[in-house]
Design a protein around this ligand. Structure first.
Ligand SMILES: Nc1ncnc2c1ncn2[C@@H]1O[C@H](COP(=O)(O)OP(=O)(O)OP(=O)(O)O)[C@@H](O)[C@H]1O
Length: 339
């Protein structure tokens, strides 16, 4: 659906050239929810703005549905923009216009007949759950409601792709969940391809099928969300996915003061079928050891369940060793936390 090859973007500024993107290659499939995650300044906004030519790439190719868009101008560019909806962190609504007028705006620009506009606005407001707010002004709405209006407006011209620029970053956790649920619903109902950029891993876990990690203007890895979470390849990805256990548990709880023969501490990550099996209970009974759970977390991703456990195993030394060997032989990712 969207194929990006060798994309480069250099900004000319007073302090000289700033390279915001370097050799970016991505292949985003039709109908998927694709996340681009990275920390501040990594190049996320530049990348999403290049996809709809709000920024002109310095080099490289962006193909949408087989058409190279980088050379488009005039009428073709207008038509391209119409086929790509976009929502923003701060909603960008017209504050002096009602909700209905905000949603009608892109339809008016596209010269859709008035009677059709009224029907379409009603449909869109129904889709985002805001039918009762048609006559309200943005200032009378909550952040979540404003983003719903922005989503309705972005969908007005039946785009093929919805681009989301940090769309939930200004919202609280509960509202974020409801907006993500709406995006998921729209993706499923309309088969719309969604590309979203974010610095929040929670957003990726909640709705993305695949994700690309961007660091210092380059894509450092791309993959299924479950793979990025369980097998991050770079230190940057580890940081972004919360691989640093010490952010979750106080360091002194999981590191030993000195060598301990009869104790081992493990971080166990499990996914797929392994998540459904009572492996820990089996291990305790079979090897007659104690397992103290220091930390446990489970993520329900779109297509997988990923669990994380930090265990302290104690008992007779051989038994503990056997238990660790047993766990390592299962379909689990087992990491020893310093012995
Ligand atoms: N108009 C501009 N002129 C010059 N440099 C720019 C411009 N816009 C962005 N940059 C620079 O390009 C780099 C990438 O910025 P970009 O906004 O794309 O990153 P980001 O990942 O979206 O960051 P954030 O999450 O903080 O918004 C940064 O070094 C930034 O300072």
């Amino acid at each position: 659906m969207i194929k990006i090859s060798g994309l480069k973007k250099v900004y000319q500024s007073d302090i000289g050239d700033v390279t915001a993107l370097e050799d970016v290659n991505l292949d985003i499939r039709r109908g998927e929810v694709f996340g681009i995650i990275g920390s501040s300044g990594a190049g996320k906004s530049t990348l999403i703005r290049c996809i709809n030519l709000l920024e002109k790439p310095s080099a490289g190719k962006i193909e949408i549905a087989g058409q190279d868009i980088t050379e488009l101008s005039g009428k073709e560019l207008i038509l391209l923009r119409r086929s790509l909806g976009m929502i923003f962190q701060h909603f960008n609504l017209l504050m002096q216009q009602t909700v209905a007028d905000n949603v009608a705006f892109p339809l008016e620009i596209a010269r859709v007949p008035r009677t059709e506009i009224a029907t379409r606005v009603q449909e869109l407001l129904k889709l985002v759950g805001l039918s009762e707010k048609a006559g309200a002004y943005p200032a009378q709405l909550s952040g979540g409601q404003k983003q719903r209006v922005a989503i309705a407006r972005a969908l007005a011209n039946n785009p093929k792709v919805l681009l989301c620029d940090e769309a939930t970053s200004a919202l609280d956790a509960l509202t974020t969940k409801s907006i993500l649920a709406l995006l998921k619903d729209i993706n499923e109902k309309l088969g719309l391809t969604i590309v979203l950029i974010t610095h929040q891993i929670e957003v990726v876990k909640e709705i993305c099928d695949r994700v690309a990690v961007i660091e210092k203007n380059r894509i450092v890895e791309t993959g299924r969300v479950v793979d990025i979470l369980t097998k991050p390849k770079t230190a940057c990805t580890k940081n972004l996915v919360g691989g640093d256990l010490f952010e979750k548990i106080p360091k002194e709880r999981i590191l030993f003061d000195g060598p301990q023969d009869d104790k081992r501490r493990l971080k166990v990550t499990f996914t797929g079928e392994a998540a459904m099996k009572p492996l820990i209970s089996y291990m305790i009974l079979e090897f007659r050891i104690y397992a103290n759970i220091l930390f446990a977390d489970i993520n329900y991703l779109k297509e997988a369940v990923v669990g994380e456990l930090v265990l302290e195993l104690t008992g007779a030394r051989d038994a503990v060793d056997d238990a660790v060997r047993y766990l390592k032989g299962q379909n689990l990712i087992v990491e020893e936390l310093e012995r």
